[in-house]
Design a protein around this ligand. Structure first.
Ligand code: SF4
Length: 250
């Protein structure tokens, strides 16, 4: 949610106006932060799925360390699945809530093994998702307990699959709300479909990635949760929250 110190966002009821605003934000913020951005990951989709699950409400550096420690401790995903949960929890000590994430990750790996045909076999590669229509691939992932729209989009976009699906993290979500691309009460989960609908359907994975990264960087570097730096923001002229902040009602 937007900071309580910022004015409530104003959302245009005009869908095409919001589409134009999304494209304007893309153009300006991609130029500002140096798009095209290099993909930060080249993990296979199963590894990316586990990495995304670890990243929930965790700083990137901490979830990265937990992922590295998990890989160093267990040679395969099958070994993670079958290990004593306490051992997995210990390997995840660098991230938040290892006591919750360890059993969840093991349950996800077990579910994938079952869906691949045998819970005693190693969890299968998720490369087959590349051959499914994107909504079907997302539905397949999101029908696994604990996998939501952000995790499914991250798995399909950030992994070697490189499918054009857009995750929405807390920074991206905050910037989109303040600009008025989505309403002030729309949560991160429902924001995925609403924000994706504003983008051209034929965008490549690189374009979708650039859009996500540019809005995320803006949230990290300018549109802070507390005290957004509206005075130096390149979106100020089109941002209802920024305008209300610099021109408060008398
Ligand atoms: S003007 Fe910029 S920094 Fe201020 S709320 Fe809008 S997007 Fe955020």
């Amino acid at each position: 949610m937007a900071s309580s110190r910022a004015a409530a966002p104003v959302v245009s009821p005009d869908f095409s106006a919001r589409q134009q605003l999304a494209l304007l934000a893309h153009e300006r913020l991609c130029a500002e932060y140096g798009a095209p951005f290099l993909f930060f990951s080249d993990k296979d989709p199963l590894s990316e799925l586990i990495s995304a699950l670890l990243s929930h409400r965790t700083k990137n550096a901490d979830s990265h360390r937990a992922y590295q420690q998990l890989r160093a401790t267990f040679p395969t995903w099958e070994a993670v699945r079958d290990a004593p949960t306490l051992d997995v929890q210990r390997a995840l000590s660098a991230c938040t809530w290892p006591e919750q994430k360890a059993p969840r990750i093991q349950a996800v790996l077990l579910e994938i093994s079952r869906r691949c045909g045998d819970e005693n076999l190693p969890p299968c590669s998720l490369d087959f998702l590349a051959n499914r229509p994107i909504p079907e691939a997302r539905a397949w992932l999101e029908s696994i307990t604990g996998v939501g729209p952000k995790t499914s989009a991250a798995t399909l976009l950030f992994s070697t699959l490189r499918l054009p699906t857009m995750p929405v993290d807390s920074h991206h979500h905050r910037v989109a709300q303040r600009l008025g691309l989505i309403g002030p009460k729309v949560g991160e989960g429902p924001a995925h479909a609403l924000l994706a609908a504003l983008l051209p359907p034929d965008w490549t994975a690189q374009q979708v990635y650039d859009h996500h990264e540019a809005l995320m960087y803006h949230g990290q570097k300018c549109c802070f949760f507390h005290s957004p730096a509206c005075g130096r923001c390149i979106m100020l002229d089109v941002c209802p929250v920024g305008q209300a902040k610099i021109n408060p009602p008398q």
